[in-house]
Write a protein of this length. Structure first.
Ligand code: NAD
Length: 420
């Protein structure tokens, strides 16, 4: 099939590369010339395991990138919208990129005789979906269900294992209005052999928001329990292991630590809380999930202060700047937050991340960046581990180490965890 993808970030690029791998002809569209140039040169602009290899395999043949949306979209049977839906200051979803992408798609299909499929993959509040359809209708002069077919198809991949998740998803959720044929989507996704769940376009997006908010809630619950455990001298991970023996409780997302980050869990939970507020609905659980998470990095700071006293002039290693292992994404990263807090309180921060250093440098040029965890620890009097990258498991030092994420293999009297 001929496919174009508007937005070539974590989701768009992975979607494009994986659909090229299953034999489709894919054109990636992005407004960033730099990103398009890198992709066409076979250089992956983001770090994601397995993505560079897929890109190199298909670029120039079944996969290409362009800034020319009209040209790309005009040839496509299926058009994906994969641009960002960042959080505005009030917690609402900033729809400007999706609306702009929807308009581009609409303009590009104006003169077409056939009716292409337009799929909204960007995480979009259910209340905003009609605006997206309207933007396409107004710019194309065509009606949904006649001149084009609109679907929602939220993405559930996780950064750090995005390629694997896309190729072997737990489920593929497709939203459409009644009576529309989703046969083409079933065909597109058939090589992945996963269960497909069809529902209304609004329900599909709500599945995404509810799932992410639920996962965020599990983490904040684990952190609240973990904070209590720390005060009681109890190992919270041991408690989670015991809890997980109950079949109704899954062990996943019960690891207490320094809080969640990234571009999805915080913003999707905040967006749902905002939508609830607009509807006059109480969302005290969602608010509490966000509140616990916001406070968790300050628990790291409190603990370090208890051990080290004032930070003024202290040299502290911050290990892990990405929001999770396996990615270079530092959006909403607890590691970055802790590095900022330490720096603003007078500490000299020696920061290290296996993949996210270049992104971190752009956002926090005042920190001191190291080439390895060893170097950062050598230059510091204490260290804090903020991302559970595997390589941190081997750390062996006599200096004080605080784990914000549990990873260390060795147990030593000078090592402690934030919730254990
Ligand atoms: P991203 O910020 O990595 O990428 C977005 C890309 O869109 C950028 O390259 C940007 O230049 C481009 N763009 C913006 N406006 C454009 C336009 N009008 N035309 C063409 N390109 C344009 O975003 P992402 O992390 O890939 O997320 C995309 C969507 O998928 C969001 O709604 C997000 O919530 C959702 N999502 C993300 C993840 C994830 O792990 N990152 C997982 C599931 C769902």
């Amino acid at each position: 099939m001929k496919i174009s993808i508007i937005g070539s970030g974590y989701v768009g690029l992975v979607t494009g590369a994986c659909l090229a791998e299953t034999g489709n002809e894919v054109i990636l569209v992005d407004i960033s010339e730099g990103r398009v140039g890198e992709i066409n040169a076979g250089k992956c602009p983001i770090y994601e395991p397995g993505l560079q290899e897929l890109l190199q395999k298909h670029i120039g043949s079944r996969l290409k990138a362009t800034t020319n949306a009209q040209e790309a979209i005009f040839q496509s049977e299926i058009i994906f919208i994969c641009v960002g839906t960042p959080q505005s200051k009030d917690g609402s979803t900033d729809m400007q990129y999706v609306i702009s992408a929807a308009k581009s798609a609409g303009i590009a299909i104006r003169g077409r005789k056939d009716a292409p499929i337009i799929i909204l993959k960007s995480t979009t509040p259910p209340t905003k979906i009609d605006e997206v359809v309207l933007a396409i209708e107004n710019s194309s002069g065509k009606k949904d269900g006649e001149g084009f077919y609109f679907f929602t198809n939220p993405e559930f991949l996780r950064e750090g294992s995005a390629v694997k998740d896309f190729q072997k998803p737990d489920r593929i959720v497709v939203g459409c209005s009644e009576g529309k044929s989703s046969e083409m989507l079933a065909r597109l996704y058939s090589p992945f052999g996963s269960k497909m769940f069809f529902c209304s376009s609004k329900s599909a997006m709500m599945v995404k928001y509810a799932s992410n908010s639920f996962l965020a809630a599990k983490i904040s619950f684990a952190n609240e329990i973990g904070n209590i455990c720390k005060k009681l001298g109890i190992d919270s991970h041991e408690v989670a292991n015991g809890m997980a023996l109950d079949r109704r409780i899954n062990r996943a997302f019960l690891d207490s630590g320094c809080g969640f980050g990234g571009s999805c869990l915080p913003k999707d939970t905040a967006s749902l809380a905002f939508e609830a507020k607009m509807l006059g609905e109480c969302s005290s659980m969602l608010s509490a999930v966000l509140e616990v998470n916001k406070n968790q990095p300050s628990k790291v700071i409190e603990r370090l202060k208890t051990r080290l006293g004032s930070f003024s002039g202290k040299k502290i290693a911050v290990l892990g700047l990405a929001f999770k292992p396996g990615t270079d994404d530092i959006r909403e990263s607890p590691g970055m937050e802790v590095a900022f807090l330490l720096h603003s309180q007078g500490a000299k921060v020696f920061a290290y991340d296996p993949k996210a250093t270049e992104n971190a440098k752009k956002h926090a040029p005042a920190l001191n960046y190291c080439k390895s965890a060893k170097e950062a620890i050598e230059k510091s009097e204490a260290a804090v581990i903020m991302t559970d990258w595997k390589e941190f498991a081997e750390i062996d030092t006599e200096k004080y180490v605080l784990e914000g994420k549990r990873i260390l293999k060795l147990k030593k009297p000078n090592y402690e965890g934030i919730c254990w």
